[in-house]
Design a protein around this ligand. Structure first.
Ligand SMILES: Cc1cc2nc3c(=O)[nH]c(=O)nc-3n(C[C@H](O)[C@H](O)[C@H](O)COP(=O)(O)OP(=O)(O)OC[C@H]3O[C@@H](n4cnc5c(N)ncnc54)[C@H](O)[C@@H]3O)c2cc1C
Length: 511
């Protein structure tokens, strides 16, 4: 029997796997695509740790900035745990081979990101997430950790106990063969990332970030919280929504409106900068990021990926031209509700870590650089805790009907009518959420959006799939993701309706 089944092979899943395996656990990591495709690879700006290499930063300042940005909705114990552990997390990353950029004295270089009082983000040029993810994966391979790629989490298997169901495994859909299977384990860790991609077309996230693990947790009886808190990043490319990281402003970039005026302190927290941009857009202005004054040498040394992305996706050369931008959905603070040990509240035997979880270190507004820190620091914590749980667990191989139910569900989808194109609906939902549950929200628009989502849900059986093949059926997988995402849309909208006050990324206004 597997000790720990980890669903999700991004930064959080791989860190958990390494830690658990090094403690002696038999680990299996499942991912719906390949580890190196994960969202983590896209992180550019950096990972926070108060090393104090560039100024007089301290762990106390890191804690204070994080608490301030969270606007009273965070858990101070968890913030302390993460910030105090940060220097050790950086040391650990270095020890496994992550190469961080250096200053003139050979120390790890650090840059300032929005909402931070000090230069705190450690980086590898603007490829920080990519370097971290690839190094984690290399180490996982060296450690002989087992992977099951192209396997999609359908549901968790529980022992059906009424008071607190115990998770004893998961059902997966083998994309390569078109078959549902089950895997049992002493304990399961969910690390499936956030749900920003429900804002389809208006997000910096990859198509994979649809919150599958969160919807499966809800179905199994686990709790979620703060689902209305979606962070909008101020600077995505206007045409493609590709991210231009905060490091561009951290290195001295300006925000300009179409009159050529700067209108906001560029390094305020993201919620404030995004709202300031939205105010300008509502006045009919276009918004630009200006990096020209930083000069070619500095830009190519510090932000090479961002320069490349502008040229590739927007046909703009930032060395000579201003960059058209817009704010889009970037990070989801809400998610699976966990306790201080990262165990999912409402369930036994299931841990959640990374962006899919709400460990309450970000509250109403995440600070740039704190998410990579969370996946490393809490990934290691999840690995340790899951190992200890698995060691003491007396999981019996209980019979479960979950696999037959899931097989039936997949079979039904093949028989749906396919009269309505769900890809058009997915696009509609993305735009609807951006307009009605975006940077500014009001009751009327939220109610309209909730009604629309319910209407779409009632038409699911008229949608279905056009491709009826079995192996590698992308159409089928995307349809299942779409069904899952509608559930999360409803929860997000209802939570946004229930929270009447404006706080952090959730900004309520009158109609
Ligand atoms: C463009 C961009 C830039 C960013 N820059 C920074 C930065 O500079 N600093 C910072 O701190 N944060 C940054 N972030 C945020 C940070 O990168 C993410 O929050 C973090 O990497 C999430 O890691 P994760 O392991 O939780 O999830 P992910 O990396 O998203 O991994 C999730 C994994 O789960 C798998 N999965 C999902 N659903 C299923 C399913 N149903 N079945 C099986 N597997 C599944 C996926 O395939 C993937 O392997 C950035 C985010 C973006 C989008």
């Amino acid at each position: 029997m597997i000790d720990i089944l980890i669903i999700g092979s991004g930064g959080a899943g791989l860190t958990t796997a390494l830690e658990a395996s090094q403690n002696g656990a038999k680990v299996l990591v499942v991912g719906k695509s390949y580890p190196t495709n994960s969202q983590t690879s896209m992180a550019q700006g950096g990972i926070n740790s108060a090393l104090g290499n560039m100024d007089d930063d301290s762990v106390a300042s890191h804690i204070e900035d994080t608490l301030k940005s969270a606007k009273g909705l965070a858990d101070e114990v968890m913030i302390r745990k993460m910030c105090e552990d940060a220097p050790d997390s950086i040391k650990w990353l270095e020890s496994i081979g992550v190469g961080f950029s250096r200053d003139k004295n050979g120390n790890i270089a650090q840059r300032k990101l929005g909402g931070a009082t000090h230069k705190r983000a450690c980086y590898s040029q603007d490829y920080t997430g990519l370097k971290i993810l690839h190094t984690l994966y290399d180490n996982a391979l060296k450690e002989n950790i087992e992977f099951l790629n192209e396997h999609y989490l359908l549901n968790f298997i529980t022992d059906n106990s009424k008071s607190k169901p115990k998770v004893i495994g998961a059902t997966l859909f083998d994309i390569t063969k078109g078959e549902a299977i089950e895997i049992k384990a002493s304990c399961v860790v969910v690390a499936t990332g956030g749900y920003s991609s429900i804002y389809h077309g208006f997000t910096t996230n990859s198509f994979e970030s649809l919150g599958d693990g969160i919807s499966a947790t809800i179905r199994a009886g686990g709790d979620v919280s703060d689902m209305e808190f979606v962070q909008f990043h101020p600077t995505a490319l206007k045409g493609s929504s590709i991210l231009i990281s905060e490091s561009a402003r951290g290195e001295g970039g300006y925000l300009l409106n179409s009159d050529g005026d700067r209108f906001v302190d560029e390094l305020k927290p993201r919620d404030e900068v995004s709202r300031a941009i939205m105010d300008e857009i509502e006045k009919g202005k276009d918004i630009f990021l200006d990096l020209r004054h930083l000069g070619e040498e500095k830009l190519m040394e510090l932000l090479p990926q961002e320069i490349h992305l502008c040229k590739l996706h927007e046909k703009i050369n930032p060395i000579e031209q201003i960059i058209p931008i817009k704010p889009v959905a970037h990070y989801t603070m809400g998610g699976i509700d966990v306790n201080h040990s990262l165990e999912v509240n409402g369930l036994d035997g299931l841990f959640a870590v990374g962006e899919c979880s709400n460990s309450k270190v970000h509250g109403a507004n995440r600070l740039g650089g704190n998410s990579l820190l969370e996946i490393i620091s809490f990934g290691r914590l999840a690995g340790k805790n899951a190992y200890n749980y698995a060691k003491n667990s007396n999981t019996k191989d209980i019979e479960s009907s979950q696999l037959s139910l899931d097989k039936e569900f997949i079979e039904q989808i093949y028989n749906y009518k396919n009269q309505i194109n769900f890809y058009e609906k997915k696009e509609f939902v993305g735009k609807l959420l951006y307009n009605n549950a975006g940077i500014k929200r009001n009751e009327k628009d939220l109610l309209i959006a909730l009604d629309e989502i319910k209407k779409i849900e009632s038409e699911i059986e008229l949608m279905g799939i056009g491709d009826k093949s079995k192996e590698y059926n992308k159409n089928l997988m995307e349809f299942v993701e779409f069904i899952n995402s509608l559930e999360l849309c409803k929860i997000l909208l209802q939570s946004a309706l229930d929270r009447k006050e404006s706080v952090g990324a959730h900004y309520r206004c009158k109609e």
